[in-house]
Design a protein around this ligand. Structure first.
Ligand code: SF4
Ligand code: SF4
Length: 374
């Protein structure tokens, strides 16, 4: 059985047949296990019961405006780079009730009656961990902490996974975020043929493994994982040169290239909805006809929404697609850095895959640079 003296930072070999013991231990500890599942020819993050619920034997082929699942190693569960969904939907829900106000004599404000969520996220990629860390900077600031995000974040157990087969749209390596997971996890998996190499990242992680049959990771297993990660980094489909950012963006707001991209962009907001770091939201009130009760909800919004920048009195600071695309990219890779101390992009590639016009921010940055240099 597992050596309980194994400290965080140590690595073990866990046979795949033991993974369900880990999942049932997490359940007994009060966690709901969420992981990748196949659905409608895509991959979604939903509750899972056993390892068999994961998308075994498939990889995802991705390109601008293109996603399809293809056969992979029939023994592997974590080969497919995820689809449009990200873990953001669990920490910063797409729509949530903030409070209800009810007139019972005087107006009463009733907070939402939501049970505290304890989620175990199974299969969090390095770029996705970096995205969670970025959203921590947004929602857990020193001067204000979002209560919804904080409650969900504090209840998280994170089983990360190292990426061995990046998609052609991935560029996390050039941003220093992957493909190897380096921090912020309770357990980290590297999938090898019949076992997982598991790195223990926390005391919680150690206790979750307590009932699993495992053994210390051999030098051979550790070398196989290193080789896989080295190959993955060298096979990354794209790269983003960041040396001249954010100045390239903030210093060239009137470049001709913004007009060129505006001719292709549909302002559909897909890129912001799939992005694991985007955090724009709107609050709306729904009031009953008797005007005795109103419900305030928060829902995801987007800087591509023409009304997002609408101001009282009829003004709109970003009335054109050109101004909205420029705002999005110059925030992500420009002013975000000053605001939060990091870029707002982790290199996951989702905005490239799920843009119906196939707009690729790595190419847009390269084209802008070319215009400026010429
Ligand atoms: S901007 Fe695109 S590549 Fe960067 S984190 Fe968002 S979705 Fe991923
Ligand atoms: S860049 Fe693509 S995904 Fe984003 S708003 Fe424009 S068309 Fe839609």
């Amino acid at each position: 059985m597992f050596d309980t003296s194994l400290a965080p930072g140590s690595s073990i070999s866990l046979p795949k047949s033991e993974f369900d013991v880990l999942l049932s231990t997490l359940r007994e500890q009060g966690y709901q296990n969420i992981g990748p599942r196949l659905k409608d020819d895509g991959i979604v993050y939903e509750p899972i019961s056993t390892l068999a619920d994961l998308p075994r034997g498939v990889r995802s082929e991705q390109g601008p405006a293109r996603f399809r699942l293809v056969p992979g190693n029939s023994r592997d569960y974590f080969d497919a780079i995820p689809g449009a969904q990200s873990w953001k939907q669990y920490l910063f829900p797409p729509r949530i009730r903030l409070f209800t106000a009810r007139k019972e004599g005087r107006w009463q404000v009733i907070p939402p009656d939501e049970p505290a969520l304890r989620l175990a996220l199974i299969g969090v990629r390095a770029c996705e961990l970096a995205a969670i860390e970025i959203q921590d900077r947004v929602f857990l600031r020193s001067d204000y902490q979002d209560p919804v995000y904080r409650q969900r974040r504090e209840g998280l157990f994170i089983v990360a996974v190292n990426c061995l087969y990046p998609a052609s749209t991935c560029f996390c390596a050039s941003l220093g975020n992957g493909p190897q997971v380096r921090k912020g996890f309770d357990l980290c998996l590297t999938e090898l043929d019949d076992l997982f190499l598991v790195e223990v990242g926390s005391e919680l992680g150690r206790s979750a493994l307590a009932r699993c049959a495992s053994q210390p990771a051999s030098a051979f297993v550790q070398q196989a994982a290193r080789d896989g990660l080295h190959r993955a980094a060298s096979e990354m489909g794209r790269a983003l040169q960041t040396g001249d950012l954010p100045g390239l963006l903030t210093g060239n707001l009137e470049a001709k290239h913004w007009e060129a991209v505006a001719k292709r962009c549909l302002s559909c907001a897909n890129c912001t909805q799939v992005c694991p770091t985007c955090f724009c939201w709107d609050a709306t009130d729904r009031t009953n006809l008797a005007a005795t009760e109103t419900v305030r909800e928060r829902a995801w919004d987007s800087c591509f929404n023409p009304y997002y920048s609408y101001q009282a009195g009829g003004g709109n600071t970003r009335p054109s697609i050109r101004s909205r695309y420029r705002q999005w990219l110059s925030h992500k890779l420009g002013t975000w850095k000053e605001q939060f101390g990091a870029f707002g992009c982790v290199g996951c590639g989702r905005c490239i895959t799920w843009c119906p016009a196939g707009i690729d921010l790595t190419e847009e940055i390269a084209a802008l640079r070319k215009e400026v240099e010429s």
